[in-house]
Design a protein around this ligand. Structure first.
Ligand SMILES: *Cc1c(COP(=O)(O)O)cnc(C)c1O
Length: 367
């Protein structure tokens, strides 16, 4: 089997151990004679898989008891509509939603929420090309917003919040909603600072198809009448994420990833590894004459590291050489160009070292 390092932004690399385990259990899960894909979601086997996955995620993220963990479908983008449809009912319509515009993903969220709410962009980094998180002191939040939406790791622009912003002083109890799709479980996240966290699984957890929503109890039961029942968080919570058929196989793989994370020592251990991996690559980028990253240092993402070649005519040769060395999926998102290395939990430090070796070799040949 070819050994590769896969730097895809998502769907992305998974722990090899997990894939080996899933392969071994593919035809016969724990002596049941069935593949997990073939099981009734209401049968005792799958119910056990589901309960363990929810329990392990709660433990890994230290999710407080007054929060529900929901397993849904639709991905991160669907949440851009599902969030307003669930939260706007707390206010008279048309309700206001505050956004902090830090990159491509909040851009999409703003556009979608505009179908349901009056959108206020309380701060934006657009003018400088999304190279930082606007300073908290410069946010102009609405006094009566239904909620405040942020994306704590902008997967395309490579911008990450280092902590939850404190919005209490300037809002009337508006909950903070965060799209954590691309850095969930990569670092400590203080769930109690948020009303809602949501994430598609395919970046740092498992296969596409599973969406995780972590929501505080008091925010359930305020859905707009137009909200589809299968996406009404209260209905989903009351039915233990089994109102409709959940993405069973994706939940199973996510559960194996949660167990793998626990065996590694939990999120704190992974966070230290992620700090070390990102530092290695950023230090090299900052010392290089050929490559550069344009995000302000304090706001640089540990998970998604976009970088550019000063001579863009070399891009294709760089990628072709990388591929020959089994360093895959390094091409940047089409909207920004350049390169991007995603260093999710399952990327070992050896992958980052191999990438830097190739970058050095290529730099030596071209500068
Ligand atoms: C990938 C991603 C999404 C979109 O997820 P889909 O599953 O494609 O809908 C949303 N937000 C962020 C931050 C992402 O990285």
């Amino acid at each position: 089997m070819t050994h590769v390092f896969n730097f895809s932004a998502g769907p992305a690399v998974l722990p090899r151990e997990v894939l080996v385990e899933a392969a071994a259990e593919m035809l016969d899960w724990h002596g049941s004679g069935m593949s997990v894909m073939e099981m009734s979601h209401r049968g005792p086997e799958f119910m056990a898989i589901m309960a363990a996955a929810q329990r392990d995620l709660r433990e890994l993220m230290a999710v407080p008891d007054n929060y529900q963990i929901l397993f849904l479908q639709g991905g991160g983008l669907a949440e851009n509509a599902i969030v307003p449809m669930n939260l706007l009912g707390r206010k008279p319509q048309p309700a206001v939603v505050d956004f902090i515009h830090t990159g491509s993903w909040t851009g999409k969220s703003i556009k979608e929420a505009g179908k349901y709410a009056q959108v206020n962009v309380a701060a934006s980094a657009k003018a400088s090309g999304f190279d930082h998180v606007p300073a908290r002191a410069d946010w102009t939040l609405s006094p009566d917003a239904a909620y405040v939406h942020i994306c704590t790791n902008e997967t395309i622009d490579g911008v990450e919040y280092s902590a939850a912003p404190d919005i209490a002083a300037q809002t009337n109890g508006a909950p903070l909603v965060a799209d954590v799709s691309s850095h969930i479980l990569s670092r400590h996240i203080d769930v109690s600072q948020y009303g809602v966290l949501f994430a598609g699984a395919q970046k740092n957890i498992g296969p596409a198809g599973l969406t995780i929503v972590i929501v505080r109890d008091d925010l359930l039961g305020h859905a707009l009448p137009i909200c589809p029942s299968a996406f009404d968080w209260k209905i989903v919570a009351d039915n233990g994420s089994m109102y409709n058929t959940p993405p069973t196989y994706a939940i199973y793989i996510a559960g194996l990833v949660f167990q793998w994370l626990k065996r590694q020592g939990g999120v704190a251990v992974l966070e230290q590894r992620n700090i070390a991996k990102a530092a290695l690559l950023y230090d090299y980028l900052d010392s290089s004459k050929l490559y550069f990253n344009r995000v302000e240092k304090a706001d640089r993402s540990r998970m998604n590291i976009p970088f550019f070649l000063r001579d863009e005519t070399l891009n294709d040769a760089f990628l072709a050489g990388a591929k020959q060395r089994h360093l895959l999926q390094l091409k940047g998102h089409k909207s920004v160009g350049g390169m991007r290395a995603s260093l999710y939990n399952a990327m070992p430090i050896e992958g980052v070292q191999a990438l830097i070796s190739w970058m050095q070799e290529f730099e030596a040949a071209h500068v």
